[in-house]
Write a protein that binds this ligand. Structure first.
Ligand SMILES: [Mn+2]
Length: 430
């Protein structure tokens, strides 16, 4: 039996309070959509079948280069983190898997698997870390990892990735995400070509160890921690990597890892077209890699990304199954509330994209009717789909209003009493 951290009675009590209004809203939207020949229950079912993985590092309070302000009842270790993740899943029914980060989450794989099973959670992509040093490692990553000039440092970084695969294999993960901080801070500090050759050689070694049913995701990021050049800096380089390595290698798109105003949805379309879209790290940003909550600043951009995903789904693109993961840093909110709300925003963008009249859109595109084409997208985007999201959660045993139910449950105060306050803690912005 699943070890539920929120009492079913609390969920039922809050849902009961909202049931009448929710049913009325759902019926009204159903009627409205029916006039456009859209069956609301079909949309609700698709939304209910859409899942996004929660990052283990997201349930701790994040920080910046300047400071970190710990929250109450922060998870002390991976087992606490999994409990927090299970609360998000219990209330949203949108996040059945957790993405682990090694070494931050290192533990006996048997115990990890048992805890996941007990909480009703599975494991999504594994994330390696060669952008910081652990106390006991032989070679420092100060000047790089997979692309380091020293063979011994590269070998150590490769070995770490192989360990991530091994742990992942034992707990049911099927993918490895590699993001490196390698680059340079000064013109002339590194040779771009040789550094990228060394990176590719190291990635080939990792790729060789990948089980047949696994996928390897390389994640690009424009800058930081290297501020002059970064080895895997953009989607073009990322595409070259995936092409060079082979058919199990794909590009991961983190929404925050682009230059301001970059047309991310177009990058997504290109990667889909050439069979190399591996998945996403969802978040939002205003200035750079801000790791803000998904949909909090630019919800229309999130919708436009999903418009491309639904377009691919609609066209039945072969082998199209991108991994959906959240990657955020929560500095001023309760991380559980932020992740609940982000999972909802991601499902919202999906639901809105499902409402786009694709036949009409194609007609307007072929007629060069720019105004009506863009209006077709806007019409779907302007639809308030909150009641569809709520119904998808409710039908699956979740909460109609998950943040309200979470607050009513008193979970944070309960874990704050059990978990002593922490002063420091590891960072978590990848
Ligand atoms: Mn990321």
């Amino acid at each position: 039996m699943t070890d539920l951290k929120i009492s079913g009675d609390v969920i039922a009590a809050d849902n009961d309070k909202r049931a009448a209004a929710h049913q009325a809203d759902y019926a009204a939207l159903g009627e409205k959509l029916a006039r456009s020949n859209i069956d609301i229950d079909t949309i609700t079912q698709k939304v209910a079948d859409f899942f996004v993985a929660v990052p283990s590092w997201g349930v701790g309070t994040g920080g910046t280069r300047f400071a970190r302000f710990p929250g109450l009842g922060e998870p002390r270790h991976i087992f606490d983190k999994l409990e927090d993740c299970s609360v998000i899943q219990q209330l949203t029914r949108a996040t059945p898997t957790v993405s682990l980060h090694i070494p931050w989450d290192k533990a006996d794989p048997k115990e990890l698997k048992a805890k996941g099973d007990a909480l009703g959670l599975g494991f999504d992509a594994m994330n390696s870390n060669t952008f910081s040093d652990t106390a006991d490692q032989a070679h420092s990553y100060k000047y790089g990892s997979l692309s380091h000039v020293e063979a011994a440092t590269r070998a150590q970084a490769v070995e770490h990735n192989l360990e991530c695969i091994e742990i992942g294999n034992a707990i049911g993960s099927k993918a490895l995400t590699v993001w490196i901080g390698d680059g340079s801070n000064f013109p002339g500090q590194t040779n771009f070509t040789r550094q990228f050759e060394r990176y590719l050689d190291s990635m080939r070694d990792i790729y060789k160890a990948l089980p047949d049913d696994w996928r390897l995701f390389s994640e690009h990021k424009m800058y930081e921690p290297a501020f002059y050049s970064t080895v895997v800096q953009d989607w073009g380089t990322n595409y070259l990597i995936a092409q060079t390595l082979g058919e199990k290698a794909f590009c991961l798109v983190d929404l925050g890892h682009h230059a301001p105003n970059t047309n991310i949805e177009m990058i997504v379309a290109r990667l889909i077209q050439f069979g190399k879209l591996g998945g996403f790290h969802f978040n939002d940003s205003k200035y750079g890699d801000d790791d803000l909550d998904a949909g909090s600043v630019e919800p229309y951009r999130l919708f436009l990304v999903f418009n491309e995903l639904v377009d691919a789904e609609h066209r039945g693109v072969k082998g199209f199954h991108p991994a959906h993961m959240i990657d955020q840093s929560h500095n001023v909110t309760d991380p559980i509330e932020s992740l609940i709300s982000s999972a909802n925003e991601i499902r919202r963008a999906y639901a809105q994209a499902l409402l786009v009249d694709r036949a009409a859109l194609e007609g307007f595109q072929n007629d060069n009717d720019a105004l009506m084409a863009t209006e077709t997208l806007k019409r779907a985007y302007r639809t308030d789909v909150e009641t569809i999201l709520a119904e998808a959660r409710r039908r699956d045993g979740g909460a109609i209003d998950p943040v309200a139910t979470y607050r009513a449950s008193g979970y944070r105060a309960r874990v704050a009493a059990e978990r002593p306050a922490v002063k420091g803690g590891s960072g978590g912005i990848v």
